[in-house]
Design a protein around this ligand. Structure first.
Ligand code: APR
Length: 278
């Protein structure tokens, strides 16, 4: 049921109308929310896609259930499965996609209010999105520390251990070392709680490549004011998007949807060359 009483910003539910909204200066505070779906084109599997998702391909780790690999309780007793996965996912060998670069282009044009990402691959940062505009809601591989005494662990030693597939131990108390990724059972970074209210200040929202299945991140779209267009770039419809009069569903490959929007904005050449220059 769509809520027809809300003020309507877009003339129609289309990328053309979104592009007009941006060109008319109606979107100066664009909020972007991303998930693993924008990194699949970079070669990093997402979590829940039927055959290709990470959770469908962890059988070799003999986990009690797929998400255990990111569960803090399970990690304490069995850190090996996570470190087998970390060896495959560790940043450095992957490359930002067109979708990552589009977010950096929004920032370069002074239109990006903030990016909330669930991804731990740091590809948005690598694409050129300014660090002070990114909230990594589920942490990232960028830093690591002991899960017992919290002592930070040296980056170079971490790289060595992860690439060798070893489990790093704290040099102070011999506790397990874990990257600052938010595991199930851990609190999200304070920055997420402090900035989640930014959702209410956005005048356009782009939601890209996420199943919106993990809270509290999945609660962000519901915090967007009525009348603010929410555009979903995703293979499948998720999170109740489409229920509001100003929701736009661009279902399919996110890079293709983003290229379509870039074409309508006249930003396509700039986008492609920015991507090639990375
Ligand atoms: N283009 C568009 N959509 C895509 C593409 C693509 N190329 N590839 C995948 N998708 C979509 C999938 O259809 C799915 O809806 O992206 C979504 C990815 O969903 P998930 O795999 O659940 O990833 P995400 O939403 O980021 O997971 C959230 O769950 O496991 C935890 O902490 C982990 O941050 C992660 C959180």
């Amino acid at each position: 049921v769509s809520d027809d009483t809300a003020p309507v910003t877009l003339r129609e539910r289309s990328l053309d109308a979104v592009a007009d909204h941006i060109q008319a200066g109606g979107a100066k505070n664009v909020l972007v929310m991303t998930g693993a779906g924008i990194s699949t084109a970079a070669g990093i599997p997402d979590f829940r896609s039927k055959d290709t998702g990470l959770y469908a391909n962890l059988a070799r780790l003999n986990l009690p259930y797929a998400e255990a690999v990111f569960d803090i309780g399970y990690f304490r007793d069995h850190p090996e499965p996570f470190y087998i996965l970390a060896q495959e996912l560790y940043p450095g060998k992957f490359y930002p996609t067109i979708s990552h670069v589009f977010i950096a282009l929004l920032a370069a044009k002074g239109l990006l209010f903030h990016l909330f990402t669930q991804n731990i691959d740091t590809l948005e940062r690598r694409a050129g999105v300014p660090g002070d505009k990114i909230v990594e809601a589920h942490g990232s591989f960028a830093t690591q520390r002991c899960i017992d005494c919290k002592t930070p662990y040296p980056d170079d030693k971490m790289h060595e251990h992860v690439l060798a597939g070893n489990v790093p131990r704290c040099e102070e108390c011999n506790g397990l070392v874990k990257p600052d990724i938010v595991f199930f059972g851990e609190a999200l970074p304070d920055e997420f709680r402090e900035k989640a209210h930014y959702a209410a200040a956005a005048d356009l929202v782009l939601i890209m490549g996420t199943s919106l299945s993990v809270h509290p991140f999945a609660g962000l779209p519901g915090m967007i004011r009525e009348g603010v267009p929410r555009v979903l770039f995703n293979m499948e419809r998720v999170g109740g998007l489409g229920a509001r009069s100003d929701d736009v569903l661009e279902l399919g490959d996110c890079d293709a949807g983003i290229r379509k929007l870039a074409d309508k904005l006249g930003w396509r050449d700039e986008l492609e060359s920015k991507w090639r220059e990375l």
